[in-house]
Design a binder for this molecule. Structure first.
Ligand code: HEM
Ligand code: HEM
Length: 432
């Protein structure tokens, strides 16, 4: 490997960035489509959250009598108060989306293997912290939306067997969302979680460097090295500017929501969980709570955590998907999930379900076990059909199933957000 001669001396700012990157990097790592810059974007959004969050803290008061009014003062009487709040709101939304896309990118390029195993697990924990930051922040405005979304969101915990109820009680500081909850969430949001995220993010970056940068295709060709400054730093700068521009456009034109002040005696109809839990809330409409809010999410998280420890000899390294037939199978799988999911939701909404058809059975069996077996059988059939058609290897099978579950979950989330109206009945988005 050769080190290119360069007389360019990094400027001071670039010098700081060189603590994150090595001085020279492999030319192949520069290609935008290898990572889409998603990890870097997530990091930038977190920095923006920290800056705007600290600004919001100057005015925000975490007490039920004052929280809502402090947000009104911030929006109406503080110069750029509304804009700062909007930026914090939109960055929170984008952070969930971009971290999720980064997870998908790492998965489909096989970036979770060998020396990157631990970093995949660290990433998963970071993802949980990002969701937790959003969820704890959601309550702080103390309006009707916040109060009832957090009431529904935390009630999902009740479905975790044995410990769920007790965990919920500790987390919200009582039996229902109250002044204790606001203070607990505020402390988690502005102190505990930011510190944990900072520490873990630093460790995540360090491990990327320790693994020799991002995962690249195994190639026998000697690879050219290029100086990080300017080749990579300039590219990162452009992506950062583009992201900031998008955040600003959203923040200037779309205000963060604020309904009337929280009223524990008057619930909203429909009462919806925060948007990133809408998929689980939608599952609850179709399955017994134990299956919807515990078994399925737990199985997904467990499978993701176990992934790097499965022996996958042929997994892709640095390229998207393992082969062209894997890409084809993924397309079929995505199409199948986009058709099957809404059809099943509609059937379950308008035709009698197993609980109605088999009233003598325990609801855990009729509404939990039977639909679950039915769903698994359907998945099994799709898998058999696709793997026979494409003759897939083991990793390609895993990728195909992953695509199916991801697309199905995205569709459930969209249905929950846009197609559930009064009494959580199915309706069109303009009636929600
Ligand atoms: C990963 C980092 C963070 C995320 C994802 C996040 C997310 C959120 C969200 C979604 C809200 C509700 C905004 C809305 O009304 O829609 C919020 C509110 C708030 N956050 Fe954060 N936040 C983060 C970090 C911080 C930090 C570090 C601080 C301060 C040290 C902070 C302070 C606040 C305050 C004071 C509010 C209430 C003001 C409001 O609702 O507009 N946040 N946050
Ligand atoms: C706060 C959220 C996160 C931040 C700021 C972050 C940041 C980064 C950055 C900057 C990289 C370098 C390459 C790239 O940009 O893709 C990276 C790589 C990586 N990330 Fe993350 N990440 C986050 C969440 C996650 C999640 C949710 C996962 C997966 C569960 C994950 C797993 C990994 C792995 C395994 C690598 C190495 C991939 C490779 O070598 O190709 N990260 N991350």
């Amino acid at each position: 490997m050769q080190t290119p001669e360069t007389n360019q001396k990094p400027k001071r700012f670039a010098g700081i960035l060189l603590h994150l990157h090595p001085k020279y990097i492999n030319e192949e790592a520069l290609s935008f489509t290898r990572t889409f810059g998603l990890g870097g974007m997530a990091a930038l959004l977190i920095v923006i959250q920290f800056i705007t969050g600290i600004m919001l803290r100057f005015y925000y008061e975490p007490f039920p009598q004052k929280a809502y009014d402090s947000i009104l003062i911030l929006q109406n009487n503080v110069l750029f108060g509304q804009l700062i709040r909007n930026i914090h709101h939109w960055c929170g939304v984008f952070l969930v989306l971009i971290t999720f896309l980064h997870l998908l990118r790492v998965f489909f390029t096989g970036g979770f293997q060998s020396s990157r195993k631990i970093n995949w697990l660290i990433g998963l924990i970071l993802f949980v912290f990002v969701i937790a930051s959003n969820f704890t922040g959601y309550l702080l405005p103390w309006d009707q939306l916040a109060y009832w979304a957090v009431t529904v969101g935390t009630s999902l915990l009740n479905y975790i067997p044995f410990i769920g109820g007790a965990v919920r009680k500790v987390l919200i500081g009582g039996d229902e969302v109250n002044a204790n909850t606001l203070l607990i969430f505020f402390n988690f949001h502005t102190a505990v979680l930011p510190i944990l995220i900072l520490l873990l993010m630093a460790y995540h970056f360090w491990r990327v460097r320790k693994a020799g940068g991002i995962m690249l295709p195994n190639s026998t060709e000697p690879k050219a090295l290029v100086p990080t400054y300017p080749d990579l730093v300039y590219r990162e700068f452009i992506i950062a500017l583009a992201l900031i521009a998008v955040v600003l456009v959203f923040s200037v034109f779309l205000n963060a929501p604020l309904l009337s002040k929280a009223n524990p005696d008057f619930s909203l109809n429909p009462t919806k969980a925060p948007w990133y839990f809408a998929g689980i809330q939608e599952l609850l409409m179709h399955f017994h709570p134990f299956v919807a809010a515990f078994l399925i999410p737990f199985a997904i998280v467990f499978s993701l955590a176990a992934l790097p420890f499965i022996n996958l000899k042929e997994a892709p390294s640095g390229i998207w998907f393992h082969s062209d037939k894997a890409k084809q199978a993924a397309k079929y799988s995505a199409i199948a999930a986009s058709v099957i999911t809404p059809v099943l939701v509609i059937i379950n909404e308008y035709l009698p379900d197993f609980e109605t058809l088999l009233p003598w059975l325990n609801s855990f069996v009729s509404n939990g076990i039977i639909p679950l077996v039915f769903l698994l059988a359907l998945l099994w059939y799709c898998y058999k059909f696709i793997s026979k058609k494409f003759r897939l290897t083991f990793i390609e099978v895993i990728q195909t199933i992953f695509v199916f579950i991801t697309v199905a979950f995205i569709i459930l989330t969209l249905i929950g957000i846009f197609f559930r109206g009064v009494d959580m009945e199915l309706t069109f988005p303009w009636n929600v």
